[in-house]
Design a protein around this ligand. Structure first.
Ligand code: SAH
Length: 211
């Protein structure tokens, strides 16, 4: 159930769903998604569904991970990427295969700790996890070529916009629990160009840390 065949079927489905970035597909074919969820859920890791990861949080369905990753890739090479919402670490591991350095922030301490260990065990050494409130970003490590937020914001945090490099992109779900849409915002000098993309459903982006 967690074999290469199952993973191949997930990739075939992503293609049908319209994911066409070959790099993203190759990376998701390689990364063992079942190692990012509880053992009891491992057999469902390659289904087209979001999965619970504890603390009322979820790992997004494969399509959403693929789509958000494809949206930040674009033409330029991504050196530094910031992820807000580490969760299981699956999205971080996908990003780690495509960028030089991945900085990732999590506000729930036990999730941060578990994922930090998990990424070490999997020998993913270019992800730098931090226990902090991601709504204010991580200014010391920026500016970032891309910022990916994996929880829904009521409003786009201005700190994150300020930490984008020239030409950088922010991908973020925006909206309350009833209706959210994915946005891509590109920085050009001090101008920000926003595109409103498809409807999505994410857990909320909350302020502050939780022990
Ligand atoms: N990218 C994750 C998805 C996890 S769900 C994965 O691949 O598994 C979203 C995560 O965002 C949750 O773990 C939640 O605790 C976290 N989160 C919500 N608000 C946050 C904030 N302000 N700062 C950091 N993390 C936050």
């Amino acid at each position: 159930m967690t074999s290469a065949r199952t993973r191949e079927r997930m990739i075939a489905r992503l293609l049908e769903q319209g994911i066409c970035d070959q790099e993203v597909l190759d990376v998701m074919l390689r990364i063992p998604r079942h190692l990012f969820v509880d053992e009891a859920l491992a057999h469902r890791a390659y289904e087209d569904t979001a999965l619970p990861i504890g603390y009322q949080q979820t790992l997004s369905q494969p399509y959403v991970v693929a789509r958000m990753t494809e949206l930040i890739l674009g033409a330029r090479r991504i050196e530094r990427v910031l992820e807000v919402g580490t969760g299981s670490g699956y999205q971080s591991a996908v990003l780690a295969a495509l960028a030089e350095h991945v900085y990732t922030l999590e506000r729930i301490r036990p999730l941060h700790e578990r994922t930090r260990k998990r990424l070490q065990q999997l020998k993913v050494y270019n992800v730098f996890p931090r226990y902090s409130d991601g709504t204010v970003g991580w200014p010391e490590k920026g500016p970032y070529d891309a910022i990916l937020v994996t929880a829904a914001a009521e409003q786009v945090p201005h700190e994150l916009l300020a930490q984008l490099a020239e030409g950088g992109v922010l991908v973020i779900p925006v909206g309350g629990q009833e209706a959210q849409s994915l946005r891509r915002i590109r920085r050009q000098q001090d101008q920000y160009h926003e595109e409103v993309l498809e409807p999505v459903r994410f857990v909320p982006l909350l302020k502050g840390r939780l022990r």
